[in-house]
Write a protein that binds this ligand. Structure first.
Ligand code: UQ8
Length: 181
């Protein structure tokens, strides 16, 4: 039997990196992720931008308002199609590299991300999907540079880089089949 996979958000994470004043590099995250993989192989990841966590509340608030504009764009969404049977066939305890081509929608803009992921089967019902190389976003591709300049001015900084590396660890699980008898 085949069953859809649903993101186990408690065991999944997505981190991004910012650089300010040339050499000050910080790691941030989004607390709320959701996603699924359908039997047709449609995989989706939804990132709640209001759950941004940089460890500084004032900064989180400013990013939601001036960078992401969460009232208009509450989510970043990733979608791709893959071969469900290939994913299903990864034996438990093993890892397989896969080339994927995904679409990221952020700030109303779609960009294509071609990258390599590692798919590890943790058990019959759980898989772990991780990027192999860091994914490099450029804020200008989404028209986010004006928002970054606003943040820079508010925080009185000499610079904030438009280059943003992203890493993710995503655990997907299928519902365990109910044992007969
Ligand atoms: C089986 C199988 C293969 C399944 C597939 C499953 C699947 C769905 C896989 C997904 C695959 C995939 C390709 C995923 C892609 C994931 C990505 C790339 C998601 C994107 C996530 C995202 C939205 C990232 C953010 C992007 C972005 C442009 C962020 C901007 C970051 C910046 C530049 C922040 C600046 C921070 C800063 C330095 C602020 C200045 C500051 C302020 C304002 C402040 O107030 C303050 O305090 C007072 C400071 O000091 C502390 C400040 O520094």
């Amino acid at each position: 039997i085949s069953l859809p996979y649903v993101l186990d958000s408690n065991n999944s994470s997505l981190y991004f990196v910012s650089t300010k004043k040339e050499h000050t590099v910080e790691t941030h995250t989004f607390r709320t992720l959701s996603g699924d993989i359908s039997l047709d192989g449609d995989a989706r990841l939804s990132i709640d931008l209001s759950s941004v966590d940089t460890g500084v509340e004032t900064r989180d608030g400013r990013m939601k308002e001036h960078l992401f504009d969460i009232n208009t764009y509450p989510l970043a969404q990733v979608s791709l199609s893959l071969d469900y049977d290939t994913v299903k066939a990864v034996p438990a305890g093993t890892t397989q590299e896969m080339e994927i081509s995904a679409t990221l929608n952020l700030y109303g803009v779609d960009i294509q991300i071609d990258t390599q992921v590692q798919v590890s089967r943790l058990s019959s019902s759980r898989i772990l999907v991780q990027n192999i190389q860091p994914i490099l976003l450029n804020a200008t591709d989404f028209g986010l540079e004006a928002g970054i300049e606003t943040l820079r001015t508010l925080a009185n900084l000499t610079s904030i880089s438009y280059a943003v590396p992203v890493n993710f660890n995503l655990v997907f699980q299928t519902q365990e089949p109910v044992q007969a008898g």
